[in-house]
Design a protein around this ligand. Structure first.
Ligand code: 13P
Length: 242
């Protein structure tokens, strides 16, 4: 399976012209670009090789939900992927219940879900076993009931292991540490309930310098990149390390 590099631009860049420029620079095969909502229409027009992702989606198809964006609306812009459960959204109060609703709706509408899981430092400092328990609970709550969906296929669910303490800190996990957790996540996804042999990515301070260390591991299906995806030269280095 070839590796996937996902650029999560978060709430960047500042202007649409900067977004278009960045999208052109990162338009490569095997890349998914997830810009902020306002830039989706123009970035969608620019991309030839890369696929388009959204950073979130609401589960109800339409109606009085101020500030929300529906999956159907995203699909009209050729969005194929949606990030759900990012720790930055969980930090703003998004619960596993909400995440589960969004995942189920996105899968039902044939979007590929990128589910983010990962433990905060207060858990990790108690050791890897505690971190595994935390991640297992997230998986159980976030994926509850998805095994009943006829549309659940291995390709439609990507999981990203993003330890919260590694996000935006410059302190990435060690590749061996990421592999250990990713193997654990895969074991859970392959359990009788889900029976899914799906892709698991690593995210958290991935840079041009450290990307190869993660991407050469056969268990790691790619990278979810934040800060480094805003710098074309850095992002190119990550792609070159594939
Ligand atoms: P950084 O690469 O900036 O650490 O962000 C990772 C991330 O949150 C991607 O979703």
């Amino acid at each position: 399976m070839s590796k996937l590099i996902i650029a999560n631009w978060k709430m960047n860049p500042s202007t649409v012209s900067q977004a278009v420029k960045l999208a052109r620079a990162e338009d490569k095969k095997g890349v998914v670009i997830a810009p902020p909502f306002p830039f989706l229409p123009l970035v969608s027009k620019v991309l030839r090789k890369a696929k388009l992702g959204a950073q979130d989606a609401f589960w109800v198809p339409k109606g009085a939900y101020t500030g929300e964006v529906s999956i159907h609306q995203l699909k009209t812009l050729r969005v194929k992927y949606v990030i759900i459960g990012h720790s930055e959204r969980r930090g703003l109060g998004e619960t596993d219940w909400l995440i589960n609703k969004k995942i189920r709706a996105a899968l039902a509408e044939d979007l590929t879900v990128i589910l983010c899981v990962g433990e905060p430092w207060r858990v990790r400092r108690k050791g890897l076993a505690a971190a595994k328990r935390f991640v297992k609970q997230q998986l159980q709550k976030d994926l509850k009931g998805t095994d009943k969906l006829t549309k659940l296929k291995a390709e439609s669910l990507i999981t990203a292991y993003e330890p919260v303490w590694a996000i935006g800190t410059g302190h990435a996990d060690r590749p061996e540490g990421a592999v250990e957790m990713i193997k654990f996540i895969k074991k859970n996804l392959q359990s009788k309930t889900y029976n899914l042999k799906s892709r698991v990515l690593y995210g958290g301070s991935v840079t041009g310098r450290n990307a190869a260390g993660f991407l050469k591991q056969k268990e790691i299906g790619g990278a979810l990149v934040g800060g480094a995806s805003l710098k074309p030269s850095e992002f190119k280095r990550i792609i070159r390390s594939l």
